[in-house]
Write a protein that binds this ligand. Structure first.
Ligand code: SF4
Length: 367
């Protein structure tokens, strides 16, 4: 793509967008100051999560871990607990590991050099550019979905923006347009424009400060850019999970090394579970026998729950099983706790849904 602006025109373009941003920017907790730690945490939380959903988690997280040293000192399970509900838990693990590196190798200060930032766990080109530019004004352009949409419309770029060549070209354009002396505001201005004015549907072009440079608008192509992405076909998956319950209302959670735990249970504590194909009850019973040595228990089906993970449609099939004793071999590597306390340990939202089905059944049985 090409957006060729003469130097004078480029300066006007930059100053109009910067002025618009400074007048209209929304206040967020991570915009209160230029603390790289706060900006970094926000960038990681915002990676796959909407702003409105992030804010309450962000506030709690920052209260508990107010700086990088506090985060580095914390135990991983404590960090995961404060991440619980946000999903994509590898983000929290990487954040924690990176905090330790920053304290051990960078004196507790987020590194200022791109290479050093990129070597931290969980920090790719986008996050590094975002933190370094927003916190330190480093002259690095960011390119996320919002910025890409704005740039694609400005240059009337057709086709899939995420195709490697198109994305590379957009990155180069972003770097050419960057207001180098005000990289922090500039990057945030482009993102803000994409989020509030140049939105995916019905952009508000009349309020856009850079509309005079917009080729898509001039050519009447705004609604067609960016081109819709080809959707991956959805995959349907069924996961059966066993809520074992002993006479003291205690249950067992595992860190299941099974093939699906990384995706569905985020490598956190989970109920014993397995992907099932035909007969959920008998396949789960076989799994319990093979992995936990649990034999001959009645599995009571509880209401199923839906769970979407990217392109997968997951049906969660919870089964309640009363046992005299929780399996001793599993107790050593698992975690035994009162059923009602399951939500207090770090668990994924899939496990939360299964626990909710068990809690509902428990209440029903009592009445
Ligand atoms: S004029 Fe409209 S389509 Fe073009 S950049 Fe502005 S908001 Fe986006």
């Amino acid at each position: 793509m090409t957006i060729h602006l003469k130097p004078r025109s480029l300066r006007t373009f930059q100053s109009l967008l910067l002025a618009w941003y400074r007048a209209h920017r929304r206040e967020f907790p991570w915009r209160a100051d230029r603390d790289p730690y706060r900006i970094w945490v926000a960038e990681i939380m915002l990676q796959q999560t909407r702003i409105a959903a992030v804010i309450p988690y962000y506030d709690c997280f920052l209260r508990r871990f107010p700086d990088v040293r506090a985060l580095a000192r914390a135990r991983q399970r404590e960090v995961l607990k404060f991440w619980s509900g946000l999903g994509y838990y590898s983000r929290a693990r990487n954040l924690h590991a990176a905090a330790k590196t920053i304290v051990a190798q960078h004196g507790g200060e987020f590194p200022r050099e791109l290479e050093a930032a990129l070597s931290l766990p969980g920090i790719g080109r986008y996050t590094a550019a975002a933190v370094l530019s927003i916190a330190y004004d480093a002259p690095l352009a960011v390119l996320d979905g919002n910025v890409a949409r704005v740039l694609a419309r400005l240059g009337a770029v057709r086709g899939d923006l995420r195709a490697p060549r198109a994305w590379r070209s957009l990155s180069e354009t972003a770097q050419q347009l960057l207001a180098r002396e005000a990289a922090s505001d500039w990057n945030q201005a482009l993102m803000e424009l994409g989020e509030t004015i140049c939105t995916p549907h019905s952009p508000r072009c009349a309020a856009c400060p850079i509309r005079r440079w917009c080729e898509a608008r001039a050519e009447g192509l705004v609604d067609q850019i960016p081109a819709p992405r080809k959707k991956r076909a959805a995959v349907n998956i069924k996961i059966a999970a066993a809520i074992l319950r002993d006479p003291h209302d205690r249950t067992l959670l595992m860190k299941d090394p099974g093939a699906h735990d990384g995706v569905f249970f985020s490598r956190m504590w989970q109920f014993p579970a397995i992907e099932v194909k035909r007969n959920a009850r008998s396949e789960l019973a076989n799994h319990l026998r093979a992995t936990l040595g649990v034999n001959g228990i009645a599995l009571e089906a509880l209401p199923e729950a839906r769970h979407g993970v990217t392109f997968r449609n997951v049906t969660l099939l919870p089964f309640l099983a009363h046992v005299e004793q929780l399996p001793a071999n599993a107790v050593i590597r698992g975690r035994v706790l009162p059923l009602e306390s399951v939500a207090q340990v770090p668990i994924s939202s899939a496990t939360r849904k299964i626990a909710a089905a068990a809690a509902a059944a428990h209440t029903l049985h009592r009445h």
